[in-house]
Design a protein around this ligand. Structure first.
Ligand code: GLU
Length: 312
């Protein structure tokens, strides 16, 4: 369900966007599980508590990983939990021209180069060397014939990228030494997540990203891209992730159980407990909208500072 126009103001015929715009950006690779709903709920509560907008984006560029019907299932689950978004759903696959423009802009700055290295070859290379698997730059200064299938990498520079995460604190890293030249367009022509997310956050006028701490490393790459594309900086809040008994993050790849509408009230209450919001016990039987109203009113993201990974 969309909540069109909510939270925008109109003055003299000019629509003023709200000062806070957040988003939830699931990949349609399967139904939502407790871990993804946890991230959705945190970003929803943060947006609503700030009286801002909460947008929904479906990260569906990777057609090899998309599961038919998953987008609709995700939308239905969010509705069942009362997590109604503002505006129309944003599908990445409808925005391919935006990514082309960004690539062109980076190419004009001579920041892109074709790379014909294979994943297998790079894995083999890194196996023989200790330390993190940073791209060794084999193709950086090569002339690659146009007709060879290639990925596009961005040249990283020897610079520090720093950001202040609202929960995790100050982070700083040398983008070149810590991450190396990363891929923006894959050999199979799929636009890489790092580029798409930066371009989309800009087009959706996102002001703050609330997502799982497993994506914190990506933030350095995304800030580097924002700088190169001349885009405004965002605020970040990386929340803990939910892990299983083995300490692994719940994910669709490991077939985490999907959350269902039948137990929505119970699950929502459990998520509020996991978010360290201390909801009253009696709220566990209340309808989802009543629970959400309580949660918006009492939302305190600082409570998340006290926890890292959370057991399911
Ligand atoms: N689509 C990404 C995922 O499902 C999240 C993107 C983001 O929040 O930046 O993991």
């Amino acid at each position: 369900m969309q909540n069109s126009g909510r939270n925008s103001r109109k003055t003299d015929g000019v629509t003023i966007p709200p000062s806070y715009i957040g988003r939830f950006a699931p990949s349609p690779t399967g139904p939502l599980h407790l871990g993804s709903l946890f991230a959705a709920l945190a970003s929803f509560l943060q947006a609503r508590a700030k009286k801002g907008k909460w947008l929904l984006r479906i990260d569906d560029l990777d057609s090899f990983r998309n599961v038919p019907g998953a987008s609709d299932t995700i939308l239905k689950t969010l509705e069942a939990f009362g997590l109604y978004w503002d505006d129309a759903v944003f599908y990445q696959s409808h925005k391919t021209s935006h990514y082309k423009t960004a690539l062109l802009q980076l190419d004009q700055q001579q920041l892109l180069y074709p790379c014909i290295c294979t994943r297998k070859g790079l894995i083999q290379y890194h196996k023989q060397r200790p330390g993190p698997a940073i791209y060794p730059g084999f193709c950086r200064n090569q002339t690659i014939p146009e007709n060879l299938p290639h990925a596009l990498r961005i040249r990283t520079e020897d610079i520090e990228i720093s950001f202040h995460d609202q929960i995790q604190g100050l982070y700083s890293a040398n983008i070149q030494r810590a991450y190396g030249d990363f891929i923006l367009k894959r050999k199979d022509q799929v636009i890489a997540y790092q580029l798409a997310v930066v371009v989309d956050d800009y087009h959706q006028q996102i002001t703050e990203v609330v997502r799982g701490i497993d994506l914190l490393d990506s933030t350095y790459k995304q800030i580097y891209l924002q700088q190169k594309l001349g885009l405004p900086p965002l605020r970040y809040m990386h929340i803990p992730v939910i892990v299983d008994q083995l300490g692994c993050k719940l994910s669709k790849q490991t077939f985490a159980t999907a959350v269902g509408p039948k137990t929505a009230s119970f699950t929502l209450h459990r998520l509020l407990v996991l978010l360290n919001q201390s909801p009253p016990e009696e709220l566990s039987k209340a309808p989802v909208l009543q629970q959400l109203n309580w949660a918006i009113e009492n939302w305190n993201p600082d409570q998340l500072k006290k926890i890292r990974a959370i057991s399911q």
